[in-house]
Write a protein that binds this ligand. Structure first.
Ligand code: SF4
Length: 495
């Protein structure tokens, strides 16, 4: 993740809409509550201003019970936050019923940075006309505000949601949330119809097992001071407050969670998951898609231990490829080994970075154009190193695999039995004893100790493939596993 995201929910539980199914539509609100909500919100903003640097906060989203953006203090507060240089994205969930012109004038008047503003607009068929809602989305979109629109996937509302899709500008993503109160599974027909509206609807239907390791970069803050990891996890036992000596200035609170399943988008969408970041950029909670020109995925990250493609990937990768994103694999395996493992999805990829960066390939697009490839050959010592290495084979219990192209070696793997993985210390000892160590990069992974040319790494491979395609490396999505290669380079034989 590119910095941390905080969700904020104030104390109000009220709404100007009166949808029949919604508890907040009937909740009265007093002037005292409104004043308290305002006071807490500005206090929270002062808290964020103090912690934005130490905590690495980069994005903040208001996720109210009911509607918050009918209250101008939220306009001012979001504008204030967007003006902080560290903050890259601010926004809110909203029914979009607030006066647009007053909102944008106020936001600009307080020094708000419109390009950082992101709105998640929910359509309520009982309360709004399709044409009115779509027009409001269009107006904000035309003003440069990033916006997504969506609704709950109520089967009876399918026709009206289909007309909403037709009325919205094509560039505005329409999401569909699964209907929690449906009390039956969607039929195949309903599932297909909602998927036609929202290509990522399937993500709402797949169970997402909880995994707190993916929730280290996010927090959920309530107006009364309580902090949680996410909106469905228990309180952390810490409270935000403008001056709370118990809160660490620099350390971000560690996640606490007792859930088995991350059961809604605000929970799973805020996890550090490659699919979320690939589809929605560095701050996926706002749900505004970004279309990377190219995607680099580490093979280990997209495959299950049994070698099958994870269901989420098998759904979204064809969609991305269809939309013109070029997909690449990254692997420490050779090209042939990697392709054998990815049988069912190999056709989606146009090449990638293999053998730990020692082999790059960009295949031609269909019949058009020419493909390109590059091998980073090992130097003379390594091309004749087998007898030398053989002398150590018995002591270290490995066998030598030499990967060659046109008679030149580009990767050497010292492979041990599966039950004897390379320990860091012994891999280091062996590496240090090699006369040719300065020309190679050593990669330790389980029972494999691999050597590739020093110039070969995944970061360099990404840059070169981008150059071949004529795109900037800032336009690509890089699975975090690709970055790990840098660690290998620095540390010599680290995993
Ligand atoms: S329930 Fe929330 S805190 Fe727990 S793993 Fe899921 S997203 Fe993270």
């Amino acid at each position: 993740m590119d910095g941390r995201t905080i969700l904020y929910r104030g104390i109000l539980k009220s709404c100007n809409y009166h949808c029949s199914y919604c508890p907040f539509s009937r909740h009265p609100v007093s002037e005292r509550e409104l004043a308290k909500d305002r006071e807490q919100w500005f206090s929270f903003i002062r808290f964020v201003e103090r912690h934005v640097a130490g905590w690495g906060i980069r994005a903040l989203m208001v996720v109210p019970y009911g509607e918050a953006l009918i209250h101008p203090w939220y306009w001012q507060g979001l504008a204030q936050l967007s003006a902080l240089p560290q903050i890259r994205a601010v926004g809110a969930q909203t029914n979009l019923s607030f006066p647009l012109r007053l909102f944008t004038d106020c936001f600009a008047g307080v020094g708000g940075q419109k390009e950082k503003l992101r709105l998640w607009a929910t359509f309520h068929p009982e309360m709004t006309e399709v044409s009115v809602f779509a027009e409001r989305c269009r107006e904000l979109h035309d003003q440069g505000v990033q916006i997504c629109a969506g609704a709950v996937g109520v089967p009876q509302n399918l026709p009206v949601l289909e007309s909403l899709r037709r009325a919205l500008p094509e560039e505005i993503y329409l999401w569909i949330n699964k209907m929690d109160g449906l009390k039956r599974p969607y039929t195949d027909q309903e599932r297909a119809a909602f998927t036609a509206l929202d290509p990522y609807f399937i993500r709402e239907l797949l169970p997402v097992p909880a995994d707190t390791d993916r929730c280290r970069e996010r927090l959920f803050a309530e107006g009364d001071g309580r902090l949680h990891t996410c909106n469905i996890s228990p309180p952390l036992g810490l409270r935000w407050a403008e001056k709370n000596p118990d809160l660490p200035a620099a350390g971000f609170p560690a996640p606490v969670c007792r859930r088995k399943i991350c059961s809604c988008y605000l929970a799973y969408g805020g996890r550090n998951d490659p699919v979320s970041r690939m589809l929605f950029g560095p701050y996926p909670l706002f749900r505004i898609p970004r279309r990377p020109r190219a995607v680099f995925l580490d093979i280990a990250g997209i495959l299950l231990p049994n070698g099958e493609c994870m269901e989420e990937f098998s759904v979204v990768l064809p969609l991305l490829a269809q939309e013109g994103t070029v997909l690449f694999l990254t692997a420490r395996l050779s090209y042939r080994e990697a392709m054998e493992r990815c049988q069912s999805i190999r056709h989606l990829f146009r090449g990638g970075i293999f053998a730990g960066g020692a082999y790059l390939v960009l295949q031609s697009e269909g019949e058009c154009g020419e493909g390109r490839e590059q091998f980073f050959d090992l130097d003379e010592f390594w091309n004749s190193a087998e007898p030398f290495l053989q002398k150590m084979a018995r002591c270290y219990a490995f066998r030598i695999l030499c990967y060659k192209h046109k008679g030149r070696c580009y990767k050497i793997t010292l492979l041990r039995p599966r039950h004897r993985p390379w320990e860091e210390a012994e891999a280091h000892r062996l590496y240090e004893s090699l006369p040719g160590k300065h020309s190679v990069r050593a990669i330790r992974q389980g029972s494999c100790l691999q050597f590739v040319d020093r110039r070969a790494d995944q970061a360099g491979g990404v840059r070169l493939l981008c150059r071949w395609m004529g795109i900037s490396h800032t336009e690509v999505f890089l699975d975090s596993a690709a970055g790990e290669e840098e660690t290998d380079k620095r540390k010599g034989v680290k995993e």
